[in-house]
Design a protein around this ligand. Sequence first.
Ligand SMILES: C[S@@+](CC[C@H](N)C(=O)[O-])C[C@H]1O[C@@H](n2cnc3c(N)ncnc32)[C@H](O)[C@@H]1O
Length: 307
Amino acid sequence: MNLLLANSVSYVNFVRCSSLQFIRLNSSGKARWLDRQRSDSYTREAKLQGLRSRAAFKLQQIDDKMHLFRKNANQRVLDLGYAPGAWSQVAFDRTSPNGVILGVDILPCSPPRGVNSIQANILSKKTHELIRLFFSKRFQLYQEDQLHMDHGYFQHMLEEGLSALKEENDDNESRIVPNIDEKPIDVIISDMYEPWPQTTGFWNNFTNSAYYRMANTTGVAIKDHYMSMDLCDAALIAAIDLLKPGGSFTCKLYTGKEDKLLENRMKQVFKDVHRFKPSASRNESKEIYFVGLNKRKNVDKVKVFVE
Ligand SMILES: C[S@@+](CC[C@H](N)C(=O)[O-])C[C@H]1O[C@@H](n2cnc3c(N)ncnc32)[C@H](O)[C@@H]1O
């Protein structure tokens, strides 16, 4: 019904967002955005290099400065909100030949070459369990499985593995999921931002076209800030629970009133905390990146969020 309304109004599209408000997309704004995309040198360069989006250059610039990735060091990387996959491509390239990358996204997407992925919501406890299991010695990715052999898809194997563990240990919650220390995660990167609800392209029946939307932000600065703050908190919780001591963490924030709060929380988790705006990030965009290096030992999650 909203879609019909959107299509029938000539100059303005209405999109219903999750909080049941309406966002107005002005058609001249849309044209400006498309023009800017076409003339943008990073967008062109991403195409030339076979990168899935211009976001790749932001992570490259963050890494050039902060040295998150190392080649040939068996690094394990968790990419939160990985779709369409440009950051994962950079992580794969910069940790090759033996890095292991797991991308997690709430949207369906088929991952880039060399990257493993699951479709899951990072706000859910089960997603943390699946991540733990993936990075544990208990999970063998290379099994005789037709779906995995033909399409690289393995989420069903992970889910079955988790159910089997739960059945074995139904009396002892703490023993269910393997300890992450078995094969610890070295780097967590999060570029998460809440996706817009899909408004067009439903007819297009393949997973990598989940991106029928212009941009992620609503354009309402305060709303963008608080929505991204929630996802930064979720990513930081994942870092407290899943990242090894000494590990590093990067998250995107749309800047606003609570920047300092996130920075202070991160300082309790990491020895060095930096705020960075890569030059590939447009000046007019309110996005900034927080980087935490050298994770502290024995971080008390409750203290981080209560104080
Ligand atoms: C800006 S895009 C990421 C772009 C990506 N870094 C790249 O380089 O291609 C943000 C992603 O965060 C994902 N996301 C948002 N909330 C999420 C959640 N709760 N759990 C998992 N993924 C989430 C969105 O679906 C979206 O694909």
